[in-house]
Design a protein around this ligand. Sequence first.
Ligand code: S3P
Length: 432
Amino acid sequence: MSTRVDPADGLRGELRPPTDKSLSHRAAILGAMATGSVRVRGYLEAADTNSTLAAVRQLGARVGRDGDALVIAGVGLRGAVAPDAPIDVGNAGTLMRLLPGWLACQDGRSFTVDGDASIRRRPVDRIAEPLRRMGAGVEATDGRLPPFTVSGARLRPMTYEMPVASAQVKSCVLLAALGADGATTVSEPAPSRDHTERMLAAAGVDVRRDGRHITVSGVQELALDELVVPGDPSSAAFPLAAALIVPGSRVVLRAVGVNWTRSGFVRIVQRMGGDVRGGLEEPGDEIATTEPIADLEVAAGALQGTVVEPGEVPLAIDELPLVALLGCFAEGETVVRGAQELRLKESDRIATVVDGLRGLGGSIEATDDGFVVTGTGGLRGGRISSHGDHRLAMLGAVAGLASREGVEVVGMDAAAVSYPRFERDLSTLAAT
Ligand code: S3P
């Protein structure tokens, strides 16, 4: 499917971005692990998070509705049912890497996990290694890829030094640690999103952060009451970026999650001189039990290039393609370093972003661990492929609105993975 996006005169008005994908995956998984029912308000309705609901149903959880809330009746920490068919995670990397943490606690049962073509090139050795150290069995294709099988066991607690700053790996280990007898400590090289820690703290689990070390104690059972999912800052980043680079724009994004471990992009944009206002949460060691929200006001204006350093990367990982786009519109050079993880996302996002933006007239070079963009104040436009990657599809559409000649996005339907209303929301802002 190919979609043409014409240059816009200015974006105006307000919108409420879709609710958070990361938090929705976690809410469904923790809901299924819990004893009793959990109400989830604001569960994201999109392809990825539907895969999570299907997966937890396959494992025995019941999922119903009560008004606009989702009600998940869990099977308990050690009660997952071994299904007859493989668990299909679709395109959802977060589901693929978090769920095995729970599956590893199912003593004596085995589970096979598979997904779409993009999932089959995404490594699982990063979770297999710590789960094996805790006592579970993990057999992966070619030693590192899906499909893979997790064999549950009585898990041992451990101390684990993560080789990559990945919230998915951290969360997988924290979920497995709930089923282990004792306290497990995970050390991350740099802070990454802490939604799992917050939800566990809200469930009364003993979870603490001390600098880069997170310690969680095993539990007998998990009880959660209600979870509220705020707007997704990674989805909001697309209309936000559009409002920065389409001249004359002024947009308000309502009820966006502003957890400090997700606000890296807004901080980078502010450093580039971007006019974004709203109360971001300040960093800290304390694990909050809630997710803060704020309205973000954005206006178009001049941008300067910046350098994104490795320590900032996990706090803005999914928005780095947009940093490259903004770099094309900025004055001077924009450099992203230490972001080799981008090569392991829904597409190789260093390659697809660099090829895509070059095809639209951008001056951008790939490096091993990021990219270097030379700003020229704008983009000509042209044709870009999403490569089946939702964030590339949305990047192309935003580029189209701000380009001189418009952009044809091939594979726009990929946006449905996280932001089904995306095209409609952008046209509303463009028409207001
Ligand atoms: C996610 C963590 C990030 C991010 C992904 C969602 C999560 O992946 O890219 O879209 O929900 O934990 P990594 O933790 O592997 O970097």
